[in-house]
Design a protein around this ligand. Structure first.
Ligand code: EPS
Length: 403
């Protein structure tokens, strides 16, 4: 069973994570993790913080000579901005009088945080609820991504819409129709998206989105959007229908919903399926040369909580960033009077980053179920288990049903 925890405040000294349960002998490098961290920082519409930080993970334990030891892997990501926050975020009590944050921003965890934890300063809520924490998650999820890569599982993402601006050609239709080329991989779609400043697949679409973001910025406003995350090379049989917490789609939905500002998740055609006839919803089973295949992939690669072997397709929606430069209404908790919500440094749009984070969360969920199925204390053992299962899969079905 793999698990991870992250720790760290947005303006504290550093973020840390401990990742546990990975087999030994998996090749891993700081360089690979740092590439993922860099992708998370990128995107038109990010705020000033991303100019201050160059996120880098230092591996402190669990890896020797470039390979995992099977022991807990701990990582550290320093916050460069800590320099400017040493007093305000001091671990020890301080004598100086500091300005407390008293005005909650609607849409952030400010008000619920002070209500729940009995704080006298909203700063105490902001620090941990900030999306800065996702840097540590990307570091942890990168190990999962690396594990899956060893088995030909590739994960990628792209931004589908920002502020309601959708592309003219919807690539997801191709995915659902199962009409993509056989050498399509998740990474290929990410490589294409990474070339765009808002991680979309068409130049014209990018131009329209940038115009919309510029308008939002000019008005002191923010935007959200939708993104699609895809995993290819998935074996048949990850997850099970035996219990609520063993279903792969349930696990993935929880992973995506845990990402800051995500408000909706769909697997496959999701909400659209609710409008269709059954005959137009399900993926017909057909014989393809020497194995059983599907005409379409509307289920997004999961049936009955179990992977079908087709690409896993997840779509999610991120709400607009909660910090507005032209603020909406709030209440000052020190006076209990109506005021404008607090302004502070923030992003205008972070959907491209959110999509990158979702890749690592999808990788985490898949790695969890993958290792549950194929197990092994070393990656070599996992590979043996994986290869035998895949080699025998279709011959077993054939033999079992032979009349
Ligand atoms: C972020 C760090 C934060 C924000 C942003 C994402 O840094 P700061 O608060 O110092 O500007 O830029 O977080 C939010 C938008 C949010 O609502 O929490 C990061 O590292 O991704």
């Amino acid at each position: 069973m793999i698990r991870f925890l992250t720790a760290g405040e947005s303006h504290g000294k550093a973020l840390t994570t401990i990742v546990d349960g990975f087999p030994s002998n998996l090749k891993i490098s700081e360089n690979f993790i740092n590439q993922q961290l860099k992708r998370r920082q990128f995107g038109y519409g990010r705020g000033l913080r991303m100019k201050i930080e160059t996120d880098k993970a230092e591996i402190l334990s669990g890896v020797r000579f470039g390979k995992t030891l099977g022991s807990p892997i701990s990582m550290l990501i320093r916050n460069s901005d800590w320099e400017n926050w040493q007093t305000l975020m001091s671990v020890d009590p301080i004598n100086e009088k500091i300005q407390k944050v008293t005005i909650p921003r609607p849409g952030h965890a400010d008000l619920v945080g002070v209500s729940k934890y009995n704080f006298d300063d909203i700063r105490n809520s902001i620090e941990r609820s900030s999306a800065r924490e996702t840097a540590a998650r990307v570091a942890a999820g990168s190990i999962a991504k690396k594990l899956l890569e060893e088995f030909g599982i590739s994960i990628g993402s792209f931004v589908e819409s920002i502020g309601g601006i959708y592309p003219e050609k919807n690539f997801s239709e191709k995915l659902f129709n199962n009409s993509i080329s056989s050498n399509f991989t998740g990474k290929l779609i990410s490589d294409k998206a990474d070339k765009s400043s808002v991680r979309v697949l068409e130049d014209q679409h990018e131009e329209k989105i940038i115009r919309k973001i510029k308008t939002a910025k000019k008005n002191g406003d923010t935007l959200g959007g939708t993104f699609i995350t895809v995993a290819t090379g998935i074996p048949v049989g990850l997850g099970s229908f035996m219990n609520y917490d063993t279903k792969l789609d349930a696990e993935i939905a929880q992973s995506f919903m845990s990402i800051n500002a995500v408000k909706a998740v769909e697997v496959g055609e999701g909400f659209l399926l609710a409008e269709k006839f059954g005959s137009k919803s399900h993926d017909e089973i057909v014989m393809k040369k020497d194995f059983i295949g599907r005409k379409t992939n509307r289920a997004g690669g999961i049936e009955g909580g179990v992977s079908t072997g087709l690409p896993i397709i997840v779509r999610a929606a991120m709400k607009p960033i909660a910090t507005l430069m032209s603020p909406i209404e709030s209440v000052d908790l020190s006076t209990m009077k109506k005021v404008d919500a607090r302004r502070e440094r923030s992003d205008f749009v972070a959907v491209p980053a959110c999509a990158v984070i979702s890749e690592t969360m999808l990788a985490w969920s898949l790695a969890k179920f993958f290792l549950q199925k194929f197990g092994g204390d070393s990656i070599d053992e996992t590979k043996d288990n994986f290869n035998i299962y895949n080699k025998k899969l279709f011959s077993r079905i054939k033999n079992n049903f032979k009349s």
